[in-house]
Write a protein that binds this ligand. Structure first.
Ligand code: NI
Length: 227
């Protein structure tokens, strides 16, 4: 599944993140690549341990924690600290699948990548190219969203970043381990949760059928979740 989270960051948060990362020292993006993706990757990146990356990443993590849509869609168990990259002057990231397990350098913190996240940090009118192209079961989808919006997609999917033909694309990217490993099961829980929220708004949370469906949601989650 591919889920857009609109307005994850408001304009103030985008400006705060950009002020931090624009002042930092960028390096060649291949510092985080696995062997296969290093062959395909041409971009710039903030070092994982850069203090600016940590601070800007915390702004994003705080926003994720306050987004009911993100929590319902991702059912996050562990989130890798957000990283930041930029593409300009023809840079691109060729087709690849993300590494299955990400290890945070120097900490022993490990995350199985179930979902990949991109948070767009530049106004799409300010650059050409740079679409995130994802191969899904329903065909190829291209994603290019306003600054502050995020997209979640399965880390198992083939994806690429199209070459930048003008301007500069700036984004945050990272991975998460979901409480529900199976993408189809997680999608069904999200659909069920969305319907329960809509029914509860119409009928009230104390409606008998809403209570039964909410119970069903939690009993499925109990069956499928690692916690
Ligand atoms: Ni990737």
């Amino acid at each position: 599944m591919l889920i857009a989270v609109p307005d994850l960051l408001d304009a103030t948060a985008v400006a705060s993140v950009r002020a931090l990362i624009d002042a930092a020292q960028w390096v060649d993006g291949n510092v985080t690549s696995g062997h296969q993706s290093a062959l395909a990757k041409r971009n710039m990146q903030l070092p994982e341990d850069a203090p600016e990356a940590r601070q800007a990443g915390q702004i994003i993590l705080d926003a994720l924690g306050k987004s009911p849509m993100f929590i319902a869609a991702a059912l996050p168990l562990k989130i890798f600290p957000p990283l930041f990259n930029s593409y300009a002057g023809g840079q691109a990231f060729g087709v690849h699948v993300d590494n299955a397990v990400r290890l945070q350098a120097g900490t022993g913190f490990r995350v199985r990548s179930d979902l990949s996240i991109t948070v767009f940090l530049e106004d799409p009118e300010r650059y050409d190219g740079g679409e995130l192209t994802i191969e899904t079961n329903f065909g190829v989808q291209q994603v290019k969203l306003p600054a502050g919006h995020a997209v979640l997609y399965p880390s198992s999917s083939l994806h690429r970043v199209e070459p930048i033909t003008s301007g500069r694309r700036v984004a945050s990217f990272f991975w998460l381990q979901s409480m529900v490993r199976d993408d189809a099961a997680r999608q069904m829980l999200f659909d069920l949760d969305s319907s329960i929220q809509a029914l509860a708004a119409e009928l009230g949370h104390d409606n008998g059928q809403v209570i039964r469906l909410t119970g069903l949601y939690h009993n499925l989650l109990r069956r499928w979740a690692d916690a």
